[in-house]
Design a protein around this ligand. Structure first.
Ligand code: PEP
Ligand code: MG
Length: 324
């Protein structure tokens, strides 16, 4: 039963009531993107551009960048591809951007913050993304990692506009951005929740430390509250600006089928995950209506612990037993 249920994912995911929840893929390279397209991804929700250049001592040239991003766009003609600008630092050091001697790398000059210490790299990257976009038909959205304030979001949007990129967004993975989502989203067109870092920072638990795994769990009700605040803030920004302000999730949480149901119930509109998780997430989402996702989200938020949140939601999703 498992194989046949999983193989039915066709690339246009909906809930049981027909409500569309596009399922996108997290990729790092053109070959990842081809595999994701074969697995039925409706687009790319997170292109981790630093993965193209992890072994590099120096900044890649604009032409090298155009080739790397173009390879991903080519795999998704006419489809959405969300490009994240270089997220260097902490678990993803890039020698040309980050300082290995920082005492607290997770709290250091990483992600968007490297624009403070290495000015110009971000502008050249945006220029390369725009050039790659011009050569392909993919619908390119661009987002910055580690945004903490509305001011940073506005600065990033200006840089995107200067490069001719029309759909700027931010990752919400720092609790301050979740708490101020209504003002952050006034400045940009969309947000994508990075639940890996959002959990790390909400729980003050290094995501790379095994002994802290119980804290580093996106089922923690505190993390779910931050997801809800972000979705609610985006809805407010949408009504004050009259523009859509979609909020996706591109952290590992989206790949857990039961948690994916909760995220949709909290107001998330797209889910992005590693390609191998797409079929199982789709199979479970197909069994619930939007109202049911909201009910299950409420159940999770009200639970006193991550363990109880997960158990209560899973009890409401009988399909999970069938899928094993
Ligand atoms: C995240 O933080 O959830 C995320 C998607 O980004 P990364 O795992 O690359 O930090
Ligand atoms: Mg992150």
């Amino acid at each position: 039963a498992q194989a046949s249920t999983f193989s039915t994912f066709s690339g246009a995911n909906t809930l049981a009531d027909g409500f569309a929840v596009p399922l996108l893929a997290n990729v790092g390279t053109g070959s990842d993107a081809l595999k994701a397209a074969e697995a039925g991804a409706e687009g790319v929700g997170l292109l981790r551009t630093e993965f193209c250049f992890l072994d590099r001592a120096e900044e890649p040239t604009v032409d090298e960048q155009i080739a790397a991003y173009g390879a991903v766009f080519a795999a998704f003609p006419g489809k959405k591809v969300v490009v994240r600008t270089l997220d260097a630092g902490a678990d993803k050091p890039l020698p040309f951007l980050t300082n290995a001697d920082e005492p607290n790398p997770a709290l250091g000059v990483r992600g968007y913050r490297t624009d403070l210490t290495s000015p110009g790299v971000l502008e050249r990257q945006l220029q390369a993304i725009a050039a790659a976009e011009a050569a392909h038909t993919a619908e390119v959205w661009v987002m910055a990692p580690m945004i903490s304030t509305a001011e940073e979001a506005a600065d990033f949007a200006s840089l995107c506009a200067a490069a001719g990129l029309k759909t700027p967004g931010v990752m919400v993975e720092v609790p301050s951005a979740a708490l101020t989502a209504a003002t952050v989203l006034r400045e940009v067109s969309f947000a994508s929740l990075g639940t890996n870092d959002l959990t790390q920072y909400a729980m003050a638990a290094d995501r790379q430390l095994g002994p802290l795994a119980a804290l580093n769990n996106p089922w923690q009700p505190a993390v779910l509250q931050l997801v809800k605040l972000t979705a609610d803030g985006a809805a407010l920004a949408s009504s004050t600006t009259g523009l859509p302000k979609p909020v996706g999730v591109c952290g590992e949480a989206a790949a857990d089928p039961a948690l994916a149901v909760v995220l949709v119930g909290l107001g998330v509109t797209t889910l992005s995950m590693s390609a191998r998780a797409l079929a199982a997430v789709s199979a479970v989402l197909k069994t619930v209506t939007l109202d049911q996702t909201r009910h299950l989200a409420f159940t999770a938020l009200a639970a006193p612990s991550a363990t109880e949140a997960r158990a209560a939601v899973r009890a409401g999703l009988p399909i999970l037993d069938e899928l094993g």
